[in-house]
Design a protein around this ligand. Structure first.
Ligand SMILES: [Mg+2]
Length: 387
C-alpha cells in the first residue's frame, strides 16, 4: 500500500538545537515521540518529517497493540520507553486509533501523555470521537511540515510543563511531609524538655517553678469555684546536722526518700508536692478544706518518721522527722496565694518553735500533736529554731 501521509515540504530544512527550546527553557527536541500507523510508508514519512523539525527521539509502532506493549499498557513488561507524545493514525485494523486513544487516556499512568490524531478522514463524527476519547489535537493528511512542527511543539511544551509542575508538586509534598515529621519530633523533644524542666533533679518531684505555677493555677480555679485550697509547708528537722554528720551524699539520699514519702501521702491525683528549696517542700491540695489538709499533714509526719532513717544528731528524735505548717482558705479578694504561703510558713515556724516533728495549723496557731509523737514540745525555746 502506498503511504497516505504524503508530506508537503514547504520547509524541510533540518532544525538545529536551540530552535526547539521552548520559552520555559525545556528542550522539546529531546522528547520521545511515538508514531503509531499501520502503514510502513506513513511511519517513515512522519519520522523523517519530525527529524527534519529537530525531534531526535522517534519511536514507531505498526499497530495499537504494539503501541500498548511499548508503553507498558498491556503484557507484563514495563514501558520500554517513556513516551512524551503520541501521533496516532485513526484507521487501523483490529484496534483503531480512537479505541487506542481511549485505552491510553483511561490508564492513570498514561493519561498525561498527549495524543495527536493523524488521519485523512475529516468527518465531523470521527473528529468528535477522537476528542471524546481524549485526543488533544488533530492533524490532517497530507501532512503539512509547518503545521506538524507547530502542533507537536505546542503539545510537547504543555506536556513538559505539566511534568515539571507534577514533579514540583511531588517534591513539595515530600518536603511538606518531611517538615511535618521534623515539627512533630521537635514538639516531642520540647514536651520532654518541658517535662524535665518542671521536675527537681535530685528528688524527681516537681520543682519550685512547677509547684508555684500549679499553686497559681489552682488559686485562680478556687477563686472561680469558691472552693477550698490548702497548702502545707514542710521542712526536714535538723537537716543541716544530718548533712554535717553523714555527708552530702547521705543528705541527698535522705531528701529523695522524704520527697517520695511525701508524694505517697497525697490522696488525690489533683494534689501535688514539690521541692520548695533545700530541705523544704510545699504541698498544694486543691478542693481540700482544713480538716483534709490536717489529715494529710498527719500522714506525712507519721510517714517520714516511719521511714526510720537514723539521724545521729537530731534534737527531735532518733530518726529523720519533719515539721509542717498548714494553711487553708477559700480564696477571696482580700487573699493572695503569696499570703497563704506566708501563713503556712509562719505555721511551720511555730511548729519548729514548739519542738519540731509536728504540724501547726495557721488558722488557730495551735500545735496539733499526734499520739504517735513523743516530743510534745512544751518546753521548746521561744527563739528562732535552727532548720
Ligand atoms: Mg491507517
Amino acid at each position: 500500500m502506498a503511504p497516505e501521509a504524503v508530506i508537503e515540504t514547504q520547509n524541510s530544512e533540518p532544525h538545529h538545537g536551540t530552535t526547539l527550546i521552548d520559552p520555559g527553557g525545556r528542550d522539546l527536541g529531546a522528547a520521545t515521540i511515538l508514531v503509531v500507523d499501520d502503514l510502513h510508508g506513513n511511519r517513515v514519512l512522519l519520522k523523517q518529517a519530525l527529524e527534519a523539525s529537530g525531534f531526535e527521539n522517534i519511536v514507531m509502532a505498526e499497530s495499537a497493540q504494539d503501541a500498548f506493549l511499548l508503553m507498558g499498557l498491556s503484557g507484563r513488561k514495563r514501558a520500554s520507553r517513556k513516551i512524551d507524545l503520541v501521533l496516532m493514525d485513526i484507521t487501523m485494523p483490529k484496534v483503531d486509533g480512537i479505541e487506542a486513544c481511549r485505552r491510553i487516556n483511561g490508564s492513570p499512568e498514561h493519561s498525561n501523555i498527549p495524543i495527536i490524531m493523524v488521519s485523512a478522514l475529516n468527518e465531523v463524527g470521527t473528529l468528535e470521537d477522537a476528542f471524546l476519547a481524549g485526543a488533544v489535537d488533530y492533524i490532517a493528511k497530507p501532512i503539512n511540515q509547518i503545521e506538524l512542527n507547530v502542533r507537536v511543539r505546542s503539545a510537547l511544551a504543555l506536556k513538559l510543563a505539566m511534568d515539571e509542575r507534577n514533579t514540583r508538586e511531588i517534591e513539595f509534598e515530600r518536603r511538606e511531609k518531611e517538615l511535618l515529621e521534623v515539627t512533630r519530633l521537635l514538639e516531642e523533644t520540647n514536651e520532654r524538655l518541658r517535662h524535665l524542666s518542671t521536675l527537681d533533679g535530685l528528688t524527681g518531684i516537681p520543682n519550685r517553678r512547677r509547684i508555684m505555677e500549679f499553686l497559681d493555677q489552682e488559686w485562680r480555679r478556687s477563686q472561680r469555684d469558691g472552693s477550698w485550697l490548702s497548702i502545707l509547708m514542710i521542712d526536714v528537722d535538723y537537716f543541716k546536722h544530718y548533712n554535717d554528720t553523714l555527708g552530702h551524699q547521705a543528705g541527698d539520699d535522705c531528701l529523695w526518700l522524704v520527697a517520695n514519702c511525701l508524694k505517697r501521702c497525697l490522696n488525690r491525683a489533683s494534689d501535688m508536692v514539690g521541692r520548695y528549696g533545700g530541705e523544704e517542700f510545699i504541698a498544694v491540695l486543691p478542693e481540700t478544706p482544713r480538716d483534709g489538709a490536717i489529715n494529710v499533714a498527719h500522714e506525712m509526719r507519721a510517714g517520714v518518721q516511719a521511714l526510720n532513717i537514723e539521724h545521729p544528731d537530731s534534737g527531735a528524735a532518733q530518726v529523720v522527722t519533719i515539721s509542717l505548717g498548714v494553711a487553708a482558705c477559700q480564696p477571696n479578694s482580700d487573699m493572695t496565694s503569696a499570703k497563704l504561703v506566708s501563713m503556712a510558713d509562719q505555721a511551720l515556724f511555730e511548729a519548729k518553735r514548739r519542738g519540731r516533728n509536728r504540724f501547726t495549723d495557721a488558722s488557730t496557731a495551735r500545735t496539733l500533736e499526734n499520739q504517735d509523737c513523743d516530743l510534745m514540745g512544751a518546753n521548746a525555746p521561744n527563739t528562732a529554731p535552727a532548720r
